[in-house]
Design a protein. Structure first.
Length: 441
């Protein structure tokens, strides 16, 4: 358990360092650009988010599962081969998509439909291949246990570079969306370059081809995880798209602001999931049921408690926090609370999906992601029409209830495990961990 706490601690630490940086970045954007421009940025940010989640094609998650296994078997050459091939595949595939989109925009003048110039659209597209490469490389570093090297370029370098470029442009009197989008493109490619340099040491050794069974297993797991991730990403971003289409681009800016604040509650979930995933895989492969259960409980409580605290803090003060972006953003308080509740629900049960992915039950995650998407597709347009951005946020909250609580109910039948938070065993074990930690060695 100590290894999990140490890894999760480093990841949470870097993600916490990312919080004020992201807050400062978005505040800079919100103060200097109009609501319509921020709404445009929010739509491009959605495209980057989708690229980051879908672009690795599940290889960042399968890296957490297969690289530790290959290294444990003494097959370092095969692990290096897997890492090289994964990077090449992601770069070629997503780079090709971005290039094709750019050519279509140039030939058919699609950019004008969005009120943007071709160069502004190209600046946003240039970032698209970089984000999945960052996600993949960070996952590969975590799979090798290089937690700090795998986290700081993503969490610290990207927002700092983006802010520096935006601020320099503002000082020069440049307030075009081109500089806003281009700053993110430069920042993410800087991170890609740093990851590449940091990985030269452990990837410079000899390579050996993967076996046919290795390739088949990696491909099957990656494709299933990628499809599940794609559906999950669509579920997360559809509410903002419906807000933009039904209420308008300025409302999308308000929703984006609320979503960024509520995302504080997801930090623990993301960090706990990244830290525990290879440990879950290892425990399952060794048939260590008790260790598997303890890891799940510890990870779930590590994620849930911070999310719950953030929700309670935002209940009275969420409007004041939103006002830091500007007084016009305070009206998003109700949406913020719904999205913070979304984060708390996800924190309490979302790591069930990590557990299924790391134990060979990827298809269960895929099915529940589909259920979440269906819930969003049905409820988001209706609730957005009735309640604006608050309605969209409520649709997102209901969707995560269907997904994560539903998956948790299957844990006993599929893996013989109890849910990490919503079970008597989970509560008892959590108190036991706490007492042991307080008592010390």
């Amino acid at each position: 358990m100590q290894g999990f706490l140490s890894n999760a601690g480093w990841i949470i630490g870097f993600r916490l360092a990312n919080v004020p940086l992201q807050f400062a970045l978005f505040t800079l954007i919100a103060w200097q650009y109009s609501l319509a421009q921020v709404g445009t940025y929010a739509l491009f940010n959605t495209a980057w988010f989708v690229s980051r989640q879908l672009g690795p094609m599940g290889l960042e998650q399968s890296s957490l599962r297969f690289i530790p296994a290959l290294l444990a078997e003494g097959r370092g050459a095969q692990a290096r081969s897997f890492e090289h091939r994964a990077r090449q595949l992601v770069l070629l595939a997503i780079g090709g998509v971005a290039l094709s989109a750019g050519m279509a925009i140039y030939l058919w003048d699609i950019a004008n439909l969005f009120g943007l110039s071709r160069w502004q659209f190209a600046a946003g597209l240039a970032a698209i291949p970089g984000y999945p490469l960052v996600a993949l490389m960070a996952g590969q570093f975590r799979a090798r246990g290089r937690i700090r090297a795998g986290q700081w370029p993503d969490s610290v370098l990207i927002p700092i570079v983006a802010m520096a470029i935006i601020q320099a442009a503002l000082i020069a009197g440049q307030t075009s969306v081109f500089w806003l989008l281009g700053a993110h493109a430069v920042a993410v490619w800087c991170a890609v370059g740093v990851y590449w340099l940091l990985s030269l040491n452990h990837l410079s050794g000899p390579l050996a081809p993967l076996t046919t069974s290795d390739i088949r297993a990696i491909r099957s797991a990656s494709l299933t995880i990628a499809l599940g991730n794609g559906i999950n990403v669509l579920s997360h971003r559809l509410p903002l798209i419906f807000v933009s289409a039904i209420v308008g681009t300025p409302a999308a800016a308000l929703y984006e602001a609320a979503q960024r604040i509520a995302a504080l509650g997801t930090l623990g979930t993301w960090a706990a999931g990244a830290a525990v995933a290879p440990m879950l895989s290892d425990a399952h492969s060794r048939n260590q049921r008790k260790r598997l259960q303890d890891l799940l409980i510890l990870a779930c409580w590590t994620a849930f408690l911070p999310a719950l605290i953030i929700l309670l803090v935002l209940l009275p003060w969420g409007g004041h926090v939103l006002s830091l972006f500007g007084p016009q953003y305070a009206v998003a308080h109700s949406a913020l609370l719904a999205l913070a509740a979304f984060a708390a629900i996800n924190a309490s049960a979302g790591l069930t999906g990590n557990t299924f992915n790391m134990t060979g039950y990827e298809r269960i995650v895929l099915k529940f992601n589909c259920a979440q998407l269906l819930t969003i597709v049905v409820l988001a347009p209706l609730l957005t029409s009735l309640g604006g951005i608050t309605g969209a946020a409520l649709a997102a909250m209901i969707g995560i209830l269907v997904r994560d609580i539903g998956m948790s109910l299957l844990l006993p039948a599929k893996l013989g495990l109890s849910p990490g938070v919503w079970s008597q065993l989970g509560v008892r074990r959590a108190f036991g961990f706490a007492k042991a930690k307080i008592a010390g060695p």
